[in-house]
Design a protein around this ligand. Structure first.
Ligand SMILES: *[C@@H]1O[C@H](CO)[C@@H](O)[C@H](O)[C@H]1NC(C)=O
Ligand SMILES: *[C@@H]1O[C@H](CO)[C@@H](O)[C@H](O)[C@H]1NC(C)=O
Ligand SMILES: *[C@@H]1O[C@H](CO)[C@@H](O)[C@H](O)[C@H]1NC(C)=O
Ligand SMILES: *[C@@H]1O[C@H](CO)[C@@H](O)[C@H](O)[C@H]1NC(C)=O
Ligand SMILES: *[C@@H]1O[C@H](CO)[C@@H](O)[C@H](O)[C@H]1NC(C)=O
Length: 623
């Protein structure tokens, strides 16, 4: 059964309302914003595999976002990823009331000291090291014996009996989603950019593996990939029934409630089909199909929005059943002459029993991960209170981007995210005839093309409201975790036109973004952060070539760069944890009234292994 719903054919929406398909900002929920947010970040974390906040990182047993039962199961199967060192601890004993405070020369995060009351006897008070302080790496497994021992042979008998791959009876994290298409059971695969930006159609969707990674707003966060369309016959093939642009490919199947059970959950179609001709109509979801004519594939799939509602057997369980699936598609017309078509995919798993979480993808936890977007936003004040917060730009700080097919700056495109740690240069072209160049030059608007290409980000920068996240998970509700973007070369000079050759000076053609970065936290778990952000606008003279016909458009370029400069800090990457510096000089008369010649200045070092300590104690007893 298809759910009967109104289906909106919003014709032209894709062009007219880019905000709907690609909003520029995340909303602020003012109730969550504190009036005086805390200063400083809590870096106490030793879970190095927890790379994504709010997401259960795969096989990361110390990730608090994973269900406990899942972590336990992973731990039992010995598949936990390295978790990093726990804090080094030094347990030592002191006689009651004897020592008030111990001043170990340890610095910041290297030691946690635990005092224990010592045994109430002479040796106990004198010689007591409770635990060695060797860093523990992770769970330890005894080295299993090899060869025909310990039941090894019986575990790999011959002849082998055929083993079917087991399909779990309920969905667990990362279990493939099973569907039935025309009665054939298969795994759900959606377009993904696996090896390059080109869509691969074999990427299986795993349970709880949101696409893109992270929790999403109800708003649009999509992963995208490109369909190359070299010629009309390729487009025709994509467009035919079951082709990668055909809507039924993404909706004409049912989902299996459990991996092994019948596939009997029909997706509901909640919203919008978009086409390109300007009127909005409703249609029956089952009747809308793609159609190829005159080099154009009408009703080609552009956005695929899948929401899977699941329920857990109980709150501590990792085993789930799919309750409902909703699929939203937006369609558009694609012409073979465009050369390429971008498809967008979003898959969100929602606990049917819980409210939908409204969260945003971040770029690290807490420090930035290289290659993820530099978080950016605009300082915003609540009109109804004194609260301030940062309204995040969905793509962070962006640079003007050329269109995929011809490299011209697309007005309204939001540009490409600047990525943490990646020095980059972006270009896009503006095409102007000589007359257009002259009229632009006399418009008194030198930033016009840059502003068109960057929109909100540009506005925020020049009003000094632009902020950059200090940490990869900077909380938009806490302005203290955001840094102002300092701006140079602003305000702009007047443009001036000179006729021969036709040239326009002082055009604002882009920016250079300089980001100073630093590292923090213990050397075994370095976290990267932003220390300072400086944006300098670039200006240039645009000259129309004298050799070119005045009516022929010439390409002028917007160019922006991003440079990440690491601060030269005291390097700690190779620092070994110092051994606990407990070092007690035993007084010369310790064995009074016995006298030994060698007992002078015996040294007890905490480095001493438990064995040698025991030997030492034995020696004392023998004495
Ligand atoms: C920092 O986080 C750790 C671990 O989550 C917690 O134990 C500690 O209390 C926190 N410290 C502060 C000051 O919030
Ligand atoms: C959808 O699938 C059913 C069989 O499962 C098939 O009969 C029908 O023709 C398909 N519809 C479209 C539009 O492909
Ligand atoms: C995707 O579908 C969900 C569930 O129907 C809906 O809440 C969300 O707004 C949709 N997202 C977009 C971008 O349409
Ligand atoms: C727009 O397209 C729809 C279907 O593709 C068609 O029914 C409608 O008449 C078109 N409207 C205009 C104004 O061309
Ligand atoms: C980026 O450029 C800066 C300054 O030129 C340089 O220090 C840094 O190493 C570069 N980063 C990369 C990843 O190349």
């Amino acid at each position: 059964m298809w759910w009967m719903v109104d289906l909106w054919l919003c014709l032209g929406c894709a062009l007219l309302q880019p905000g709907r398909a690609n909003p520029q900002n995340y909303p602020i929920i003012w109730e969550d914003v504190a009036l005086n947010p805390p200063d400083g970040k809590n870096l106490t974390s030793s879970c190095t595999c927890n790379l994504h906040p709010f997401v259960c990182d795969r096989k990361c047993c110390c990730d608090p976002d994973c269900p406990q039962a899942l972590s336990d199961a992973t731990r039992r199967s010995g598949e936990c990823r390295p978790e990093g060192f726990p804090e080094q601890t030094l347990d030592f004993c002191v006689p009651d009331g004897f020592v008030k405070k111990v001043n170990l020369p340890t610095g910041d995060d290297f030691f946690v000291l635990k005092k224990q009351a010592a045994d109430d006897n002479f040796f106990g008070q004198l010689l007591c090291i409770k635990k060695s302080s060797n860093p523990k790496l992770s769970d330890e497994y005894p080295d299993p014996p090899v060869g025909a021992v310990d039941g090894n042979p019986s575990l790999v008998p011959c002849p082998s009996t055929a083993t079917e791959p087991t399909i779990p009876s309920t969905y667990q994290a990362h279990t493939p989603i099973f569907i039935a298409r025309n009665g054939v059971r298969q795994q759900l695969a959606l377009p993904a950019p696996i090896f390059s930006a080109i869509c691969v159609d074999q990427a299986v969707v795993g349970f709880l593996d949101n696409i893109p990674r992270g929790k999403h707003l109800a708003e649009d966060v999509y992963r995208s990939c490109m369909r190359a369309i070299p010629d009309e016959s390729t487009l025709e093939r994509f467009c035919e029934a079951g082709g990668v642009l055909a809507p039924e490919r993404y909706r004409n199947f049912t989902y299996a409630r459990t991996p092994s059970g019948d596939a009997n959950v029909s997706p509901s179609l909640p919203y919008a089909l978009i086409s390109n001709n300007g009127s909005i109509t409703t249609a029956d979801p089952e009747t809308v199909t793609s159609d190829f004519a005159n080099g154009v594939c009408s009703n080609s799939v552009q956005h695929i929005n899948v929401t899977v509602y699941y329920s857990l057997a109980d709150s501590n369980s990792v085993e789930a059943t799919i309750e409902q699936v909703s699929v939203g598609l937006t369609l558009t017309d694609v012409a073979a002459s465009a050369g390429a078509h971008r498809q967008f995919v979003r898959v969100v798993f929602v606990d049917a029993a819980q409210q939908v979480d409204v969260l945003q993808p971040f770029s690290g936890n807490p420090g930035y991960l290289r290659g993820l977007p530099l978080l950016g936003g605009r300082l915003t004040e609540d009109p109804n209170s004194d609260k301030i917060a940062v309204q995040r730009f969905v793509r962070g700080i962006t640079a003007p981007q050329g269109s995929e097919t011809d490299g011209t700056c697309s007005a309204g495109a939001q540009g490409d995210s600047v990525r943490f740690g990646a020095n980059s240069t972006t270009n896009c072209a503006i095409e102007l005839t000589r007359a257009q160049l002259e009229s632009f030059c006399n418009s008194g608007n030198p930033q016009r093309y840059l502003e068109d290409a960057m929109r909100d980000v540009y506005t925020a920068i020049v009003t000094e409201e632009a902020r950059v996240g200090i940490w990869g998970n900077s909380d938009p509700d806490n302005v203290n975790e955001w840094l102002q973007v300092r701006v140079s070369n602003f305000p702009f000079n007047e443009m001036s036109f000179s006729a021969s050759p036709a040239s326009c000076s002082n055009v604002v053609v882009g920016y250079d973004l300089k980001v100073l970065t630093g590292v923090a936290f213990a050397s075994n778990n370095l976290q990267r952060k932003v220390l300072y952000v400086h944006l300098c606008f670039r200006t240039d003279t645009w000259t129309f070539p004298a050799t070119k016909s005045a009516s022929e458009p010439h390409r002028f370029y917007l160019t922006s760069t991003a440079t990440f400069v690491p601060k030269d800090q005291e390097k700690r990457t190779n620092v070994k944890k110092p051994s606990p510096p407990l070092r007690t000089n035993v007084p010369e008369d310790i064995f009074y009234p016995f006298v030994t010649s060698s007992a002078a200045q015996l040294r007890l070092c905490s480095k001493a292994a438990v064995g040698s300590l025991a030997a030492f104690l034995t020696m004392l007893v023998l004495l």
